[in-house]
Design a binder for this molecule. Structure first.
Ligand SMILES: Cc1ncc(COP(=O)(O)O)c(C=O)c1O
Length: 373
């Protein structure tokens, strides 16, 4: 692994750049706030580890009360288990003989669950679990509006759930009903309507399962943009939110019920950059570009100049246009950017540099960086 861009104890101003910086006070407040929110409703938190890809952070979340973590990929799940996480849900479909076997093998070492949305997957997981003598919890994913993975109807869920329950090495774990498309709907009323539709689908499905003697122990889903709505629904009993720990520019553009930008969680993740060129009064360039931040959800914003964003990014350059702006920056100065989208930004870095009171307190490896297989 590449050496970190900082050492523990050093002053934050000496961190090499570009670096991914976690401001620990804000980060810890976010962790506590989410745990308190789910705790008050008796709902379990299974944070999505694809946000941080860090076993250090997963262990902290669990020590505060999270039941375990979600992963998106088999290799991520393996790294989380290796790092001491004992309860992992692969909140995703897994396809291919080798991967299916790895999931079944992993279930020998920890409590492992996986999602399916096809009948063949049940047969594949049963064969793999039999081979490794493991027991696997299997959830059926229901499409509740994201139109990504997931079966379309309660009848599909029932058919697959029956086949899981009838398999010797599998147990029916419930329903995954995650509405990814709702997370960044800006207006609260529209998010509310989207989740209300999802909840109707889940209720119908649960009722059908119950009528057929299949209790649904878990309804899991929800992200940072909508979790309060799922929690209030009376049907979801597990929250999978991930981004709340760091937040990002895209999430902060969501509006709350009062029409204000959401403020439940704070930005705790920044890309620390150095101004490397200021060749004209208008053109300022920082040393971070596409290899340091993702732009799929918009450009990063200057943390200390709300509303100012990186205008253009190339591999290693970020251009900030200062035309019509009153500003005085100097080459060599360090500035913090708020990423547009935290998850893919984290995956571009090897280290999370954790800072408190302007000192580097810890260095956490992005343990599952690149674990996309
Ligand atoms: C299945 C699933 N669950 C939970 C999440 C977490 O959502 P967020 O990071 O927006 O809180 C995601 C994110 O894409 C997801 O795909």
């Amino acid at each position: 692994v590449i050496r970190p861009p900082a050492t523990v104890g050093m002053s934050a101003k000496d961190i090499d750049t570009p670096a991914l910086v976690v401001e620990l006070d804000a980060f810890e407040r976010n962790l506590h706030k989410m745990q308190a929110a789910v705790g008050s409703k008796n709902i379990q938190l299974r944070p999505h580890s694809k946000t941080h890809k860090s076993t250090d952070i997963a262990r902290r979340q669990i020590s505060l009360g999270a039941v375990g973590v979600c992963c998106q990929k088999t290799s991520e799940a393996e790294i989380m288990v290796e790092g001491g996480v004992q309860d992992v849900l692969i909140a995703n479909e897994v396809v291919g003989e080798g991967k299916v076997q790895r999931v079944a093998d992993l279930a020998k070492r920890a409590k492992v669950a996986v999602c399916v949305d096809r009948d063949e997957s049940v047969r594949e997981f049963e064969a793999a679990a039999a081979k490794s003598s493991s027991t696997l919890r299997v959830l059926v994913e229901l499409n509740v509006g994201a139109n990504r993975c997931g079966v379309e109807s309660p009848a599909d869920v029932l058919r697959i759930a029956r086949s899981i329950a009838a398999s010797g090495h599998l147990s029916f774990g419930g329903i995954q009903a995650y509405h990814g498309g709702a997370q960044h709907i800006r207006a609260y009323v529209d998010r509310e309507a989207a989740i209300a539709r999802a909840v109707r689908g889940v209720k119908e499905t649960r009722a059908l399962l119950a009528a057929n003697g299949l209790p649904c122990e878990c309804v899991t889903g929800a992200g940072t943009g909508s979790f309060q709505l799922e929690m209030a629904s009376g049907v979801y009993n597990e929250v999978q939110a991930g981004s709340y720990i760091f937040m990002d520019r895209d999430y902060r553009l969501n509006r709350d019920a009062a029409g204000k930008f959401i403020s439940d969680f704070e930005n705790s993740l920044f890309i620390l950059t150095t101004i490397m060129s200021h060749a004209t009064p208008e053109r300022m360039v920082v040393d971070a570009g596409l290899k340091s931040f993702s732009v799929d959800s918009g450009m990063p914003e200057l943390a200390d100049h709300p509303g100012w964003t990186v205008e253009r990014a190339s591999d290693e350059h970020g251009l900030i246009d200062l035309s019509n702006r009153v500003a005085s920056f100097t080459v060599g100065e360090k500035i913090r950017l708020v990423p547009g989208h935290c998850d893919p930004t984290v995956n571009l870095h090897d280290w999370l540099v954790c800072v408190r009171d302007d000192r580097v307190e810890s260095l956490w490896p992005v343990s599952a960086r690149g674990a996309v297989f």
